[in-house]
Design a protein around this ligand. Structure first.
Ligand SMILES: NC(=O)c1ccc[n+]([C@@H]2O[C@H](COP(=O)([O-])OP(=O)(O)OC[C@H]3O[C@@H](n4cnc5c(N)ncnc54)[C@H](OP(=O)(O)O)[C@@H]3O)[C@@H](O)[C@H]2O)c1
Length: 506
């Protein structure tokens, strides 16, 4: 039950003779003394990297915000960092004081580590909040957890939303992309705040309600999966330039910089140029030459690949990107492999695949990767019965998030025209694929001939080739399945299924 505002006198009057009651009321008194002004329009728990920056962003947009952090010193440090924004912040040291400082119906953003911490925090808040209050999990939750939490909230209250927030530390501070999930009317309670603090694209907020229950977190997961594939493809063309063309990091940086002025304009191409162009202050060497080639991951790319498999929708470019991160961590095994088999030639004929061809290959790979990502979201929307407006998703990814790019504007238009169609078949993108497909094929073929691994680009090419092949080779799979398991097959010349081959006669 929520603790209600009462006068100090009334609370004093409740102090009884029993020791237990005295302590109970002292606790209550202390709480009441800190709860006289419910001034904050919203509250945030978890003042880590993302939470602290998000709170400052909310304050900067003029909203009074209460904050709470498990470790109290972090709240004190945060208030010092807040500077002039401190006026808009209500720091609290107990959950009770935090809740009491919120206007009703209360809205609480959780920005704590994903997983058990979220459940623990919800449990702690449940007894302090009213059923019509709202808890918003803004961390990188697995959307299955969000589905479960939404179902628990429907049963036990308070109301619940799961939102995906992208853009890292800087996005949180100055404008992230916000992918909202939960009941639509609940978005109405806080949508104006989330839209105000989000990034803007030509004045439009990059924040929207996308669907029920775990929809927002699923979209964030797929965003991150696409991010993995986009980054991996950039790393692959970097590898071709570095090893195949023997270009210096600085030269490669200039290529990315140039590409960023064209169709590939995007945050990831921009930062790749900066990363390639930067020198290490200690050694003077290019940063890229001293960064160890072992990539970390926090799991959202893997979740996307798993979801693709579970939902039965192809996400092969994303799966390849996840697999490469896993392989990158096997440094000793890779060294042993090179010792055993010798290094691949890794030289490429610039006549056979030029820097321009790499740019075109990236364009084709990127279109395929997004076609897979949007296909996955579409399938989830169908299976869960969620709204998931695809053009809206592309629209709110145009700024604030890590995968923001010029191409997303065209994707939003293509999906508005027809959200059910494979993005590759939208006229704008099919024309682009027709222009760039040969380069993708050339780059992948030359890379394979010279031992330069390009798994995400290869996966994209294979997907493209399969999706433009009306008669595939799955007839052989069906024949094999029927041979060993009597699984049955459909025929090209008759309606219906359940046909069997004459295998016993063979
Ligand atoms: N970093 C990014 O670029 C990024 C981008 C998008 C989304 N996210 C997601 O945002 C969420 C927060 O990430 P972050 O980078 O801000 O993490 P962080 O800097 O490590 O901060 C974690 C916060 O969670 C709190 N916390 C951890 N366990 C807790 C528990 N059991 N009970 C209560 N509070 C607990 C910590 O409190 P203490 O100070 O007491 O430890 C701290 O305030 C995660 O879900 C993350 O995946 C991160």
């Amino acid at each position: 039950m929520p603790i209600r505002m009462e006068t100090g006198i009334a609370a004093c009057g409740q102090v009884g003779y029993h020791r237990g009651n005295i302590f109970k009321n002292l606790r209550r008194m202390r709480f009441l003394m800190t709860s006289q002004d419910a001034v904050a329009e919203i509250g945030l728990i978890g003042l880590g990297t993302m939470g602290g920056n998000l709170a400052l962003n909310i304050a900067e947009h003029g909203f009074q915000i209460a904050v709470f952090n498990r470790t109290t010193e972090k709240t004190d440090q945060f208030m010092v960092k807040a500077g002039e924004l401190a006026d808009k912040l209500v720091p609290t040291k107990t959950l009770e004081a935090f809740v009491a400082s919120l206007k009703t119906p209360r809205a609480v953003i959780l920005m704590v580590s994903a997983g058990d911490a979220v459940d623990a925090q919800i449990d702690a808040l449940r007894s302090l909040l009213d059923p019509q209050d709202l808890i918003i999990d803004a961390g990188n939750a697995n959307y299955h957890d969000t589905n479960r939490r939404a179902a628990e909230a429907a049963e036990k209250g308070p109301r619940f939303m799961g939102i995906g927030v992208s853009g890292g530390e800087e996005g949180a501070r100055f404008g992230p992309s916000i992918m909202g999930g939960g009941a639509k009317d609940v978005w109405g309670q806080v949508g104006h705040i989330l839209e105000a603090i989000s990034a803007k694209y030509e004045g439009e907020p990059c924040a929207a309600w996308l669907g029920e229950a775990g929809a927002g977190h699923l979209v964030k997961t797929v965003h991150n999966g696409i991010e993995y594939a986009d980054m991996q493809m950039i790393a692959e063309v970097y590898g071709v330039m570095r090893d195949g063309f023997a270009m210096s990091a600085e030269e490669i940086g200039k290529v990315f910089e140039k590409w960023n002025g064209g169709i590939l304009q995007s945050y990831l191409i921009e930062i790749s140029g900066k990363v390639a162009g930067m020198a290490d202050p200690d050694s003077g060497k290019p940063m890229l030459d001293i960064i160890l080639d072992r990539a970390g991951q926090k799991g959202t790319g893997r979740w996307t690949a798993i979801e693709g498999l579970m939902l039965g929708t192809p996400a092969s470019a994303i799966e390849a990107a996840v697999a490469v991160r896993n392989m990158s961590s096997r440094l000793d095994e890779r060294k042993a492999g090179e010792a055993e088999f010798g290094p691949a030639p890794r030289k490429m004929d610039r006549e056979a695949a030029s820097v321009d061809a790499l740019e075109a290959a990236l364009v084709a790979g990127k279109i395929v990767c997004y076609a897979q990502g949007f296909g996955l979201i579409l399938e989830a929307a169908k299976q869960y019965g969620w709204a998931m407006p695809l053009p809206e998703i592309a629209r709110i990814w145009r700024n604030g998030c890590i995968i923001r790019s010029a191409m997303l504007n065209d994707m939003s238009s293509a999906l508005a025209d027809n959200a059910e169609r494979n993005l590759m078949l939208a006229p704008f993108f099919s024309a682009k694929l027709k222009e760039t497909e040969a380069s993708l094929r050339q780059v992948v073929a030359q890379a394979a001939l010279n031992g330069l691994p390009v798994p995400a680009l290869s996966a994209a090419l294979s997907y493209f080739d399969i999706m433009r092949t009306a008669r595939s080779t799955a007839n052989m799979l069906q024949g094999q399945r029927d041979f060993f398991g009597a699984h049955g097959f459909e025929r090209t010349d008759k309606d219906g299924g359940g046909f069997h081959g004459p295998w016993a006669m063979g």
